[in-house]
Structure formats: C-alpha cells, structure tokens
Design a protein around this ligand. Structure first.
Ligand code: B12
Ligand code: SF4
Length: 530
C-alpha cells in the first residue's frame, strides 16, 4: 500500500456508539486502513460498547479532553430493535404481537406496557446517540475551532436519509464502507463522488445507496497498532465466549427481496486474500482468541466463490490453528463435500441459513435464488463430514403469497432438516421481516399501497410499526395468534413451539411438494415489481 502524506493535519478519534458488546470491527478496519496510508496521523479508538451507560457522557468528554481530536469519526452499528427473541428491554416482537393480535385484554395490556417500555428504550437510545455525537462535536470545538464530524456504520447505512435531519450542519453522513471517504478527506480531495452527503450543504443523491463502493485491497489488520491506539482493547479478549469479527470478503450478488446488505455492501463480491485473512486471525489467536465470526454478508455468496472458501479454510488448517471455532452466515446451497469437510475440520460450530421459507415456490417469489433440494443435499454432506453442532434456520413467515399449503411445506422442510442434523441441533429462528428502506419489498409495499413514499422507517409508533413489522393480512392475525400461543406455552423454546403449533393446526406437506416450484403468471410474483 502506498504511503501518503496527509495535506490536512489530523488527530482522528473513532467513537463506536453504545452497542451490545460486539467487537467494533468497523472502526478497527478504518483506523488500520488510515494508518497504513498515513502512518504519521495520530489516531485513537474509543468504544462506548465497553462503557457503563451512566458514564457515556463523562467518558466521551474525558477522552476528547485528553486526545483533542480534529476529526471525529462516529460509528453507529444498529438502530432497529425487532428481534425474534429477547432484545434490549424485553422482547419487542412479543410486545408488538400482544398489542396487535391478543384477544385477551390482560395480554393486550401486558403488550402495551412492554411495548411502551421498548418504545421508550428505542427513542431514548436514538436521542442519546444523537446527543452523544452533538456533545462530542461541541467538546472537540473547545480545542480546535473547526473539527470535522463524520458519521457512518451499519445503522447509518440503512437510515442515512432520515439521520440527516437530526445531525449538526456540516456533518458528513456516510453509507457503506468508509475507507476511501476518509482517505479523500485526509488529503483534502473532493469527496462528493463517495457514497455520502454533507448535512446542510448537499442532499443525498437519488439511489445513493445503490452506487457501487470503491474497491480497496484489504490486507491483514495490524493488531499491534490497534492495541496501541485503543487502551480498552483487552475488554474483548477477557471473555472466552466472544466471537471476534474477521471479514473475508465484501458484497453479495443476490437480490433477496427484503435484504439491504446487497446494496450496503454492493453486488460485486470482493475477496480478501486468504493469506491476509489468516495472518489477521493469527494475530488474534496469539492474543488468546479462539472464536471468530466471519462478518461477511454471506461466507459463500455463490458457487463461483466456493474455491475461495476452500482456499481460506485450507490455509487455516495449514496455519496449525486447530483449536478454533468459527461461525458465519452460510448460503448452504453453495457447499461441496470437500468444503463441508474443511468447515468441520476448521471448527465451524454454528451457522445461520436464511432460507426464509421451506417452500421452493415462495423462495423463488422472494427472489432468493435458493434451490432447496440442493440445500438439503449439502446439509446431508455436512452431517456426513461430522458436523454435530448448532444450525440456526431463519424463517420469516408471511412475506409474500404465504398460504396454508406453503406453511405445510415449510414444516415438511424443517422436519427434514431435523432428521438430518437432529431435532435438538436445528434451531428454527422465527423472524418477521422488518421492512427496510431500499429493498424490493419496500417497492412492493409502495405498489400495494401499504406504505407511501416519504414514510419514516425510523418511526416505530404502533400504527407505523404495524406496517413495518411485515405480517400482512389475511394471514397476519393467524400468525399473531400462533406466536402468542407459543410464548404462553413455551417461551424458552419459541421457535420449535411455533413449528409444533403450526403443524397441529395445518399438518405437514409431502417433502416433494415443498421442493417443487410451479411456475406462476409473472404479475403475481414479487419479481414483477419494477
Ligand atoms: C455480521 C453481522 C452480525 C453478526 C455479528 C457477529 C460479530 N461477532 O461481529 C451477528 C449475527 C451477531 C449480528 C447480530 C445483530 N445484528 Co447484524 N449484521 C452483521 C452484518 C452482516 C455485517 C456487520 C459487519 O461486521 N461488517 C464488517 C465490518 C468491517 O463492517 P462495518 O462494521 O459495517 O464497518 C464498515 C462500514 O460500516 C463503515 N463504517 C463503520 N463505521 C463508520 C463510521 C464512519 C464515520 C464512516 C465514514 C464509515 C464507517 O466502514 C467500515 C469498514 O468498511 C451487517 C450487515 C452488513 N452487511 O453490513 C448486519 C447489521 C450490522 N446488523 C444489524 C442488526 C440490526 C443486528 C441485530 C441488532 C439484529 C437483531 N434484531 O437482533 C443483532 C444484534 C447486534 C447487537 N449489537 O447486539 C443491522 C444494523 C442496522 C439496523 N437495521 O439497525 C445490519 C446493518 C443489518 C441490517 N441491514 O439490518 N449481526
Ligand atoms: S439475504 Fe443473504 S443472500 Fe440474500 S441478498 Fe441478503 S445477504 Fe445476500
């Protein structure tokens, strides 16, 4: 990588905004990239994820007083709170369903009170984070008359249009990866062609998020350096059960109707060289880390990337790191027996498959590009290779054209996965889709008149949340009641209980039916949305 001289004298403070303790890989990569290009620039990482809530403001201000930054980089990871199981402040999905679907008044009241708590928590977090950005910016002005403020990260990438309304003038709001934006900023170059806009000066371009990110050559993160600019780094090394993030590629070529990853990261898959990934893991390994999460949108995005996955896993084997575990999002349609063996050999002990439905017909309508028959065959190969750990299968019911028949097919599919891996090893994670901006599902919702252009995706007041938490009628109330029954009967095994109740009510299809996908007239499919 070419070393450059910054034209602007900078002291960069990276602040990861409060978050459940997930390793702040975004700011780690950004500061590593900047250091490789501009070794003379002084940097500091400050992670509010490792600070107790009561100390957020004093700790942030203390850090600014000490470091006196000229450039503030705020990284905001997540905003959306719908989780299938207990999220922050309770189970938002359960509370919402109690409000929307409970017939029993007491249950409705429970939902209303819980929902109110979650709602207050949501807005408190939102305002608190906005407040932290503003306070940090103000504090930095004590030491430098004109500091720069840049805001980015997963949450900002999804809600970049809305967040502009609440951030100070001249804030640079960034979508997706931030490496080249920072590079341009530090050399005083025009950055208007990057995926960003400046509050009060420019408007986000139409379809900004759909623009392709500028490719960068990723090399192994230099953790000796990271340790030197991040005094609290050890926080993530102490607990043995943390899965530390390592990115092996960026981008996903698919088109799944509800997913925004493919636009945030772009459709072009960019592979990080296997040797560099292993060198990065080795540095963490030498610091005692044994659990890794490959943070890719998909670890094996398509068949043509199987060789890359094989190369990486083989290099992990060759490296001698034999006592590690790793997890990832896996498209299980892209496995081969060789890859399965390597996955087991390198310690994969958890993976998530987001098939969304066990009905091939619906999987096609949701534009997911999965062949469910292939997924089953590959799961058998994985089991034969010795995989004996947990699989989380993500189902989102009622996305489009769900019917009693397709529910029965999903049950049949799930039961087959249980036969392959063992009932206790397959965890059905029941999600309902949270409608996200810039997805095909959003376009579909416009077309169907469910939401109107200009709606606010961050407004989670109940009347809005009912539309954004995707569970439309005529089956919406049915699913609502099934979920409520499952929470009443077996809250600790919600997913399996939902499957059980659905099977009792509707029965189970023949597996062959689930795997075949009749072709339908085009206008009935989501694929018909322009
Ligand atoms: C991997 C992943 C997970 C893994 C994380 C495992 C781990 N140990 O790290 C798991 C499965 C655990 C997970 C869980 C959740 N996740 Co998640 N996850 C992701 C995913 C796919 C990748 C994140 C990642 O690490 N990428 C790699 C790093 C290097 O990228 P990065 O951190 O984004 O940083 C880059 C850029 O964002 C940018 N950047 C970052 N900060 C800044 C700052 C500035 C100023 C600039 C310029 C740029 C910049 O530059 C960085 C380097 O290129 C993203 C989707 C996606 N494709 O981005 C969702 C995503 C981050 N997750 C999301 C959510 C909501 C969650 C959950 C809260 C879901 C839930 N409801 O339960 C949970 C819980 C998280 C928690 N805090 O408790 C959302 C957040 C946005 C939102 N909707 O609010 C995302 C964006 C998905 C989505 N579209 O909804 N997740
Ligand atoms: S759901 Fe997964 S496979 Fe589909 S577009 Fe999103 S990241 Fe890619």
């Amino acid at each position: 990588m070419e070393i450059k001289t910054p034209t602007i004298k900078s002291r960069i403070l990276y602040v990861r905004l409060p978050c459940n303790p997930i390793f702040p890989i975004g700011v780690v990569y950004l500061s590593d990239h900047v250091h490789k290009l501009f070794p003379t620039i002084e940097q500091r990482i400050f992670d509010l994820g490792s600070v107790p809530p009561l100390d957020y403001v004093s700790a942030l201000e203390g850090c600014i007083d000490e470091f006196k930054p000229t450039l503030l980089v705020f990284s905001w990871r997540d905003i959306q709170i719908y989780a299938p199981v207990g999220g922050r402040g309770g189970n938002p999905l359960q509370y919402s369903f109690e409000i929307f679907y409970a017939k029993n008044l007491l249950e409705k009241l429970h939902g209303a009170l819980g929902g109110l708590r979650v709602l207050i928590g949501y807005f408190t977090e939102l305002w608190r984070n906005l407040g932290l950005i503003k306070r940090g910016f103000k504090r930095a002005r004590k030491y430098n008359p004109d500091p720069r403020l840049v805001v980015g990260g997963g949450a900002v990438s999804v809600f970049y249009e809305q967040l502009g309304r609440s951030l100070p003038k001249k804030t640079i709001i960034s979508v997706g990866e931030g490496e080249t934006l920072l590079e341009k900023l530090l050399t005083g170059r025009d950055f208007s062609d990057e995926r960003c806009y400046v509050v009060g000066e420019t408007q986000p371009r139409d379809r900004l998020i759909h623009e392709q990110p500028t490719p960068i050559q990723k090399t192994a993160c230099n953790y000796d350096y990271i340790e030197s600019i991040w005094p609290e780094f050890n926080y993530y090394l102490q607990e043995q059960d943390f899965y530390i993030g390592v990115q092996t590629k960026r981008g996903c070529p698919h088109n799944c109707c509800y997913c925004v990853y493919t636009v945030v990261e772009g459709k072009q898959v960019r592979i990080n060289p296997a040797l560099e990934v292993v060198a990065e893991m080795r540095q963490l390994y030498d610091r005692g880390i044994r659990n890794f999460w490959f943070t890719d949108a998909q670890f094996i995005p398509a068949r043509k990337f199987i060789d890359d996955a094989v190369e990486l896993l083989q290099k992990i084997v060759d490296s001698g790191m034999t006592d590690i575990h790793w997890a990832a999002y896996i498209r299980a349609d892209n496995l081969t027996p060789q890859l399965c063996e390597l996955m087991v050999k390198t310690g994969m002990n958890y993976f998530e498959i987001g098939i969304t439905s066990g009905s091939q017909e619906l999987v096609r309508k949701m534009r997911m590009g999965y062949n469910l028959r292939t997924v089953l065959q590959n799961c058998r190969d994985l089991k034969a290779a010795g995989f004996n750990d947990l699989v989380s299968v993500n189902y989102s019911f009622n996305v489009i054209d769900e019917s009693a028949e397709t529910i029965r097919q999903t049950i049949a599919y799930h039961r087959e996965l249980e036969r392959i891996f063992g009932t206790d090893k397959v965890e059905p994670a029941i999600f309902f889709i949270g409608l996200q901006p810039h997805t095909h599902l959003e376009e579909y919702a416009f077309k169907e008149g469910i939401i109107k252009p200009g709606y606010d995706p961050m407004n989670l007041m109940p009347w809005n949340a009912k539309k954004l938490l995707w569970n439309p009628e005529p089956l919406g109330s049915f699913f609502g009641e099934v979920c409520l029954q499952a929470w009443r009967q077996n809250p600790n095994d919600f997913g399996r209980e939902v499957m059980e109740i659905l099977e009792q009510k509707l029965g189970c299809a023949d597996l062959e039916e689930a795997l075949s996908s009749p072709i339908e007239p085009k206008e009935k499919q989501l694929a018909g949305v322009p």
